[in-house]
Design a protein around this ligand. Structure first.
Ligand SMILES: [Ca+2]
Ligand SMILES: [Ca+2]
Length: 339
């Protein structure tokens, strides 16, 4: 029996890892920022090189973010946030930070330096943005630059062409109070230019400039580590006058069409079939040992992922492996399938 239990445990773990992969992270992504510089008014440069291994004073609200090797790393697993009315979910990993004196009453300039990682289609994108509340809140506005590589289905909800593009966007949003999504979100200003992967010859720099007297944002970006900058976008003057503090956001948030239902990948299916075979083997041996000679029902079946609500695995009548209901983050076995 020990010979059987070892591979059973192995495939059990493989199955859990696959379920965790499918349900916990629809996308695999990793973006890195090498540093960021903020200048407020005539003040000194405030520079963060992400080089002390400690994320603070940046705060991450969603997903996976950490400092490593002199970089801010934003990667999967992110946290899903529905964009209501747009038919997409974004899988977000993010960090935010307030820089000293960074108020909308002051001029400021934010320059972020991202490693030259080309986002993978059909959903990946990363962004640097400036966030501030509108009125007394909870409405927020964000303005920023994005490098995205969206497929047709992922780009259409934004009214943008697909492919590798730099996007300048102004976002109006009302975040949910106790959930990662939004009550409402819209894009009152949206512009983009196509980029060829070959144009990216060095670090990608995003620069956002706020001119307080004009209440106006302008942007520029570099695809060659700051050797040259391009500014193809028109200035943006937000319609909703805001005041007070602004924070900087660094975000990686692959876009997923809502219709993209998670499914077991090939490795998971293989592990599952082998697991079923092993379960049948274990059960038949037990039946023979006990002398019960029970007929094994032929209808060992896997009823599949019931969208994202749960997993049901039914093998005959005697060995019922069932896990139903919400599947929280499958944390290595605490919420595992039970025999
Ligand atoms: Ca660095
Ligand atoms: Ca740090």
């Amino acid at each position: 029996m020990k010979i059987v239990r070892l591979p059973f445990a192995v495939f059990f773990v493989l199955l859990l890892l696959e379920v965790r992969r499918v349900l916990g992270s629809h996308t695999e992504f990793e973006f890195k920022a090498d540093g960021i510089e903020v200048v407020v008014g005539a003040g000194p440069s405030q520079i963060d090189e992400f080089d002390d291994g400690n994320l603070a004073p940046w705060i991450s609200f969603r997903g996976t973010a950490f400092e490593s090797g002199g970089f801010l790393v934003l990667r999967d697993p992110g946290v899903d946030a529905l964009l209501p009315g747009h038919g997409v979910t974004v899988d977000v990993s993010d960090v935010y930070r307030f820089f000293s004196g960074m108020l909308l009453e002051e001029d400021f300039e934010v320059t972020s330096t991202w490693a030259p990682i080309i986002p993978d289609p059909p959903g990946e994108r990363f962004a640097t943005s400036v966030h501030y509340t509108v009125g007394s809140g909870p409405a927020v506005q964000a303005f920023g630059l994005v490098l995205q590589n969206l497929g047709d289905a992922e780009a259409a909800p934004f009214g943008l062409p697909s492919g590798l593009r730099i996007v300048q966007v102004l976002v109006d949003a009302v975040p949910n109070q106790n959930a990662p999504g939004y009550q409402s979100i819209s894009f009152p200003s949206l512009a983009s230019v196509a980029v060829s992967p070959g144009d990216v010859t060095g670090d990608i720099l995003f620069r956002i400039h706020w001119l307080a007297p004009m209440r106006q944002f302008t942007t520029s970006f570099s695809l060659d580590r700051g050797m040259s900058f391009q500014s193809p976008f028109a200035p943006v003057q937000p319609a909703n006058l805001a005041s007070g503090a602004a924070t900087v956001g660094m975000v990686g948030d692959p876009v997923l069409p809502v219709s993209a239902v998670p499914a077991l990948g090939a490795p998971g299916q293989g592990a599952l079939l082998l697991l079923l075979a092993l379960l049948a083997l274990v059960s038949s041996r037990r039946a023979r040992c006990s002398g019960a000679r029970r007929a094994w029902p032929p209808a060992a079946r896997y009823s599949g992922l019931d969208d994202v609500r749960g997993v049901r695995l039914v093998v005959g009548a005697r060995l019922a492996v069932v896990r139903e209901g919400p599947v929280p983050a499958l944390d290595g076995g605490a919420n595992s399938l039970r025999r």
